[in-house]
Design a binder for this molecule. Structure first.
Ligand code: SF4
Ligand code: SF4
Length: 331
């Protein structure tokens, strides 16, 4: 990989803000990048931790070819330190040949085509830590008319992110909270880099962006914090970027916090709408009203969802079938 600098007998990784300085044989904090033969390499290039065929709504992406299928895969390791990680069985582990599935980028794309997938989703662990594999797969996907999706926490430095997002058609970026303290204590990260990435993707790329905030009771769901988040989104990204507010369930090291209640989610969704956000959705619970896409101009029902049963009822070529308003996304 090319994003590193030689420093005496170490190499400094420039993929993400951690900027790990690695001696020969040493892995970065993400466990995914190793100093090998004087170079930094992505250890699991060409090996996935698993594949699945998902409804694109599961990523979650609600404004990106609704009802289509995505071939999802990830690798091992992660550059975030989330204490509530739901994929810790892969994100907290280094490359493991005994659990890996060999698949060249060409084979990944061919698999997507064979199974009728509209897109390939780089997901499960953060694709930033298998960037070379994802970028090469994305280029081959595009040559074969297959779309690409990144599901990421957005913790990446500007030079690497420019290349990474240049080959992504859709992205769901986690905005895990809106306080530096939460990011520091529960994700071991600096929120400012994440906000910068989100602004970059929304304003300087062609990528269709959606955001997800996993709401954890009494950790990131105070009215004050949510208001500041929604105001920031409206002011910096505009009111059309879809926002998924999802329910937490206890996992990994955050086992002492309760599952997020439906009441908490609905309250937060209504607050987001009060701030003028046009597309706000509840995640990880079944609620048809808060899964519905309506025209922000005339209120016409456009896409109805019941779990992963999705009906595109009122859209016509990306516009409201009633008033002709252009709806954010790709359809
Ligand atoms: S991508 Fe991995 S090795 Fe590189 S700086 Fe981030 S944590 Fe360190
Ligand atoms: S970014 Fe995602 S995969 Fe990585 S530690 Fe956080 S929750 Fe887990």
């Amino acid at each position: 990989m090319k994003y590193f600098e030689k420093q005496n007998n170490k190499n400094q990784c420039l993929i993400c803000p951690r900027k790990c300085r690695l001696s020969e044989g040493q892995r970065g904090l993400c466990s995914a990048i190793i100093n090998q033969g004087g170079e930094l390499v992505f250890e699991s290039y060409g090996f996935a931790s698993g594949f699945a065929i998902d409804p694109v709504e599961k990523k979650p992406l609600y404004h990106f070819y609704p009802t289509s299928k995505a071939l999802s895969f990830g690798t091992f390791g992660c550059n975030m330190g989330c204490r509530f990680c739901q994929n810790h069985h892969i994100s907290k582990h280094k490359f493991d040949m005994t659990r890996a599935v060999a698949a060249t980028p060409e084979q990944v794309v061919q698999t997507a085509i064979n199974y009728g997938c509209k897109s390939i989703a780089f997901t499960y662990n953060d694709p930033i830590v298998f960037m070379d594999y994802a970028v090469e797969t994305a280029k081959i996907a595009h040559a074969n008319n297959v779309k690409t999706i990144a599901v990421t926490a957005g913790y990446i430095l500007p030079e690497a992110r420019k290349e990474f997002f240049s080959v992504m058609d859709g992205a769901n970026i986690d905005l895990k909270a809106f306080t530096p303290d939460f990011y520091k204590k529960l994700c071991l990260a600096d929120i400012n880099y994440v906000l910068d990435t989100i602004k970059y993707v929304a304003n300087e790329t062609d990528c269709t962006l959606e955001l997800t905030t996993l709401l954890i009771e009494e950790q990131n769901n105070s009215d004050d914090e949510l208001k500041r988040e929604f105001e920031w989104i409206a002011n910096n990204l505009g009111t059309d970027i879809p926002l998924h507010l999802s329910a937490f369930h206890p996992d990994y090291k955050l086992l002492d916090k309760p599952r997020t209640s439906e009441q908490t989610l609905l309250k937060a969704c209504n607050l987001a709408k009060d701030f003028g956000l046009n597309y706000v959705y509840c995640g990880n619970i079944l609620n048809e009203r808060m899964s519905l896409t309506s025209c922000p101009k005339c209120g016409y029902k456009l896409i109805e969802r019941n779990g992963y049963n999705v009906n595109v009822t009122g859209l016509q070529q990306g516009k409201c079938g009633n008033c002709g308003h252009v709806i954010y996304g790709r359809f």
